[in-house]
Design a binder for this molecule. Structure first.
Ligand code: SF4
Ligand code: SF4
Ligand code: SF4
Length: 419
């Protein structure tokens, strides 16, 4: 057992293995505000990786409706309740004590799933449970079902920002390729490993014996047992694309299937360079670094679990804050405030979402003219038509896009659509 540093918690915590961090870490930002739950991402993953016998129930990418939905059912509610039973009333944060690099959200004062398991002393590395078969039966139960503040679903109240009384939102979920994976710590066969080159977490199919400890102890419930092969499987982060080995990738990292298929343009995926202690190395022009560490509009999912998830979310701005603080930690209020009145640079960087399937390692902004002033919540905000340019791993230009949608006028001699 070792003491490791978890920057998302602003403190050290116990983990089965000592610190050993990859050079680059697979990471992504999902903008919840834009998701339309079309499930194109889910189908892109399924049609690529989980279309065979024994994989019918596997949705490595799923999109669930919160607060009631979840796949497996109520996965997060179960674990939050278990954590509360082990450490009643203790899951709190000291949000006043912040450090931009080592404690951006403050310090977590509660127990992680690793610490709770140690207190419980029930033979687990991480607190967890094995979902029942019926928990996996319906991948999208409670789709579009709203939480109603009045308690009467037949007569929802009218709504207005900043928080709606009647609300739901879509939560997009893949494996988080965690910094301290609970699945990896749980495996008695040491069949799970984290790759040095990109931090992707994989299950070695030849070592796995199907004990399902990963399925039990991953807090996000992303490893799944396959009855036809008797071993477990999980999201592989489409690693041939990350390696630049896909024939379409031109030898440079390319976004995964679920990311590049996203219709709502809510996803931006990339690679973050790490320091030896697992914190992100300063990389001001990497769009992920900018969103997570400079603007801090994107937050980890249930950071209190302690695994250091590497998928970050821009929280939905209409949802009651206590619910969001439980899900994304105490950085929620600042993140929403920055997203509602975005800086000039953030406005430009948000255009990079789904603008290319090439992974962007660096961006630069070419300033354009002011378009107009906009008033939001009594505050005035200026919109500029800047151009953002994204570069691939070799420094080649991969995309160029303006803040304003270009306007084209059809020539008068081509006034009919056909012919
Ligand atoms: S493809 Fe994009 S918009 Fe559609 S459900 Fe998936 S994340 Fe949401
Ligand atoms: S999300 Fe679960 S399966 Fe994925 S790396 Fe983290 S602990 Fe492992
Ligand atoms: S990264 Fe690849 S394997 Fe993982 S959920 Fe997305 S499409 Fe599936």
């Amino acid at each position: 057992m070792a003491d490791v540093f978890n920057w998302q918690l602003g403190r050290k915590m116990r983990y089965r293995f000592p610190e050993a961090h990859p050079e680059w870490q697979f990471a992504a930002v999902f903008n919840i505000n834009r998701c339309i739950a079309c499930q194109t991402c889910s189908m892109a993953c399924k049609s690529t990786w989980t279309f065979s016998e024994g994989q019918e129930y596997m949705w490595w990418n799923n999109v669930e409706t919160k607060p009631y939905g979840g796949y497996p059912h109520q996965w997060d509610v179960h674990l939050l309740q278990m954590l509360e039973q082990v450490n009643p009333g203790g899951q709190t944060w000291d949000a006043a004590n912040k450090d931009a690099k080592t404690a951006p959200y403050g310090t977590y004062q509660g127990m992680t799933i690793f610490e709770a398991a140690a207190k419980q002393n029930a033979g687990q590395e991480a607190l967890g449970y094995l979902p029942k078969d019926e928990d996996w039966t319906a991948p999208n139960l409670y789709e579009d079902t709203a939480r109603n503040g009045t308690g009467d679903l037949r007569r929802p109240k009218p709504v207005s920002l900043p928080e709606h009384e009647t609300w739901f939102f879509y939560l997009q979920r893949i494996c988080n390729h965690c910094t301290y994976p609970a699945c990896l710590a749980a495996c008695p066969r040491n069949a799970i490993y984290k790759r040095h080159e990109d931090g992707i977490v994989l299950i070695d199919q030849s070592r796995c014996r199907g004990y399902r400890k990963c399925a039990e102890e991953c807090p996000y419930k992303k490893p799944m047992f396959r009855t036809t092969t008797r071993v477990s499987e999980k999201c592989i982060a489409c690693y041939p694309r990350i390696e630049g080995a896909d024939p379409l990738s031109d030898g440079v990292p390319m976004e995964t299937r679920c990311m590049s298929a996203c219709v709502g343009k809510i996803r931006l995926q990339g690679l973050a360079r790490l320091n030896s202690d697992g914190t992100w190395a300063e990389d001001r022009s990497n769009p992920l670094y900018f969103l997570v560490h400079v603007e801090r509009v994107a937050l980890p999912l249930y950071p209190q679990f302690g695994t250091g998830p590497n998928v970050y979310y821009i929280p939905p701005r209409w949802v009651p804050r206590p619910y969001l603080r439980q899900m994304f930690g105490p950085g929620v209020d600042d993140a929403i405030a920055r997203y509602e009145l975005p800086s000039r640079e953030l406005t430009a960087v948000l255009q990079l979402f789904r603008a290319t399937r090439t992974v962007i390692f660096r961006y630069e902004i070419q300033e354009g003219p002011k378009v107009r002033d906009v008033t939001v919540g009594g505050k005035t905000w200026s919109l500029y038509n800047d151009t953002v340019v994204g570069f691939d791993k070799r420094g080649r230009e991969a995309v160029r896009i303006t803040v304003m949608e270009p306007f084209y006028e059809r020539p008068s001699d081509r006034y009919i659509n056909s012919v």
